[in-house]
Design a protein around this ligand. Structure first.
Ligand SMILES: *[C@@H]1O[C@H](CO)[C@@H](O)[C@H](O)[C@H]1NC(C)=O
Ligand SMILES: *[C@@H]1O[C@H](CO)[C@@H](O)[C@H](O)[C@H]1NC(C)=O
Ligand SMILES: *[C@@H]1O[C@H](CO)[C@@H](O)[C@H](O)[C@H]1NC(C)=O
Ligand SMILES: *[C@@H]1O[C@H](CO)[C@@H](O)[C@H](O)[C@H]1NC(C)=O
Length: 441
């Protein structure tokens, strides 16, 4: 009799654990399905369905990937083994907590994974700058591997032409970017006053943090910029900002003897030679939050409060418009500016009397800035050659033969100028960018 009782008890214990195991399996499949839905949502956000298919074929990877994404419901480990699954709160997982927690990633990597991959690029185009702007956007697309968001501010009569130009690009190119065209505007508050004081087109960039209120960060470039390497490379500098940086620009000059600000300016300017605003990286969230020191009041002012008094004070003394205002602001708030080297904003000034941009000598030109109209006249044929090579390159053709080699040939005809003699710097980085894109395709 006793023997039977023992056997019965043993059976009961065995059944109990079997049931527990079955429930455990059931619950974890449900969990997985849950995670799947979330996973797929985040995938479609990033429009990378390939990765999704890949993962679906290898379900073993799924759990771990999800944890990296921060979809981690094991916040509380203090759950006893005996709590039934159906009574656990949503942010708590069951038995596999311990297992999961050993795989858990540090919080930092979760943040990185979730962050927006896109580079956000803004330009302001007025008058006759349509073709130049379209060529700039083309250079951004040709070498970038990550998707781009374009914010195009243009006079109303240019909107259709912009739309037609971009829509005419091949469909394969369109998967790499989105664009929105905006009219030239002032912030709604005080629009009348702004209009009296500022020329709309020239000063639009100052207002971008106030107009694009929902955008965190932005790369602003002039229309006469050409990217010779992926946009995401300059975008990555945002992550090098320290706690007080909120914008990044290059110096106006490397060589003080030919610098403009240090010789002629009648207003304060940043650093030794001032800064150039043709390539300007902004963390606009920080710009909107910051209180700026200034020489008008003892009270620090917000971005939207500082612009108008500043212009009123200095309007008789400024020459280069909004760039001068930026120089005044960062003169008074130098800790807020991250200065990147000249190869990120390479202008004729850097080679016109011989090469004076050391970093470009070493690493090549990253971003070319053909200011003072050099893409369209004969003063700096080397700059013009780069512009025309990119402008004429037909999408889809081999970039090495139809872009690089043609460009190298036409640069050979410019060696009678100082910039022409430095033109191997123009193609040094470009060559790498092209190789890298072609390897991918
Ligand atoms: C950009 O394109 C993606 C699809 O690739 C879409 O989900 C997103 O809403 C678009 N964004 C804008 C600003 O048009
Ligand atoms: C910009 O600054 C804000 C506030 O400091 C920060 O949360 C955000 O991640 C920054 N953006 C980028 C792209 O670094
Ligand atoms: C403008 O320039 C003049 C002449 O150099 C100078 O005397 C004046 O102080 C400047 N104004 C401001 C607001 O700096
Ligand atoms: C950030 O770097 C700047 C120099 O670019 C420096 O002046 C500033 O003190 C730094 N801020 C912090 C919080 O470290």
């Amino acid at each position: 009799m006793r023997c039977y009782l023992h056997a019965f008890l043993l059976c009961m214990v065995f059944t109990f654990f079997s049931l527990l195991y079955v429930f455990n399996q059931l619950a974890s499949t449900l969990e997985d399905r849950d995670e799947w839905n979330l996973r797929e949502q985040s995938l479609s956000d990033r429009s990378s369905h390939d990765a999704g298919n890949l993962l679906r074929k290898m379900p073993g990877l799924v759990g771990r990937r999800d944890r990296e994404d921060g979809l981690d419901r094991c916040k509380s480990l203090s759950v006893t083994y005996w709590s039934p699954y159906w009574r656990l709160p949503a942010d708590v997982c069951g038995v596999n907590c311990l297992l999961e927690s050993t795989f858990r990633e540090k919080p930092g990597s979760a943040v990185k994974e979730r962050s927006d991959e896109r580079s956000h690029l803004a330009v302001v185009a007025c008058g006759t700058r349509l073709e130049e702007t379209v060529t700039m956007l083309k250079s951004a697309i040709l070498f970038s591997k990550k998707p781009l968001n374009f914010y195009i501010f243009a006079e109303d009569d240019l909107h259709d032409s912009f739309r037609n130009a971009l829509d005419s690009w091949p469909r394969t190119v369109h998967t790499k970017f989105n664009f929105t065209i905006y009219p030239i505007t002032f912030p709604r508050e005080n629009a009348k006053e702004w209009k009296k004081l500022f020329k709309p087109c020239a000063s639009q960039r100052l207002f971008l943090p106030l107009i694009l209120k929902e955008v965190d960060s932005l790369l602003y470039v002039d229309t006469d910029i050409l990217f010779l390497q992926p946009v995401e490379e300059i975008w990555a500098l945002l992550s090098q900002f320290n706690a007080s940086h909120l914008a990044a620009m290059a110096p106006e000059h490397e060589e003080p003897r030919i610098g403009w600000y240090n010789r002629f300016a009648r207003h304060p300017y940043y650093g030794k030679t001032g800064i150039n605003s043709g390539v300007m990286l902004m963390n606009m969230t920080r710009l909107r939050e910051k209180f700026f020191k200034n020489d008008m009041t003892t009270v620090p002012l917000r971005w939207e409060e500082i612009l108008m008094p500043l212009l009123q004070k200095y309007k008789l003394n400024i020459t280069w418009g909004d760039q001068d205002l930026l120089n005044i602001i960062f003169h008074q708030n130098p800790e807020s500016l991250y200065v990147f080297p000249c190869q990120w904003n390479y202008r004729p000034d850097h080679c016109i009397y011989g090469s004076n941009c050391q970093q470009a000598d070493q690493e090549g030109v990253f971003i070319l800035h053909g200011n003072r109209g050099v893409y369209h006249d004969d003063k700096q044929p080397a700059f013009r050659a780069v512009y025309e090579a990119i402008q004429k390159y037909p999408f889809g053709e081999n970039m090495e033969t139809s872009l690089l080699q043609l460009l190298e040939a036409s640069l050979l005809t410019t060696t009678h100028t100082y910039c022409g003699r430095a033109s191997h710097l123009f193609t040094k980085r470009l060559k790498q960018s092209i190789m890298s894109v072609q390897q991918r395709g």
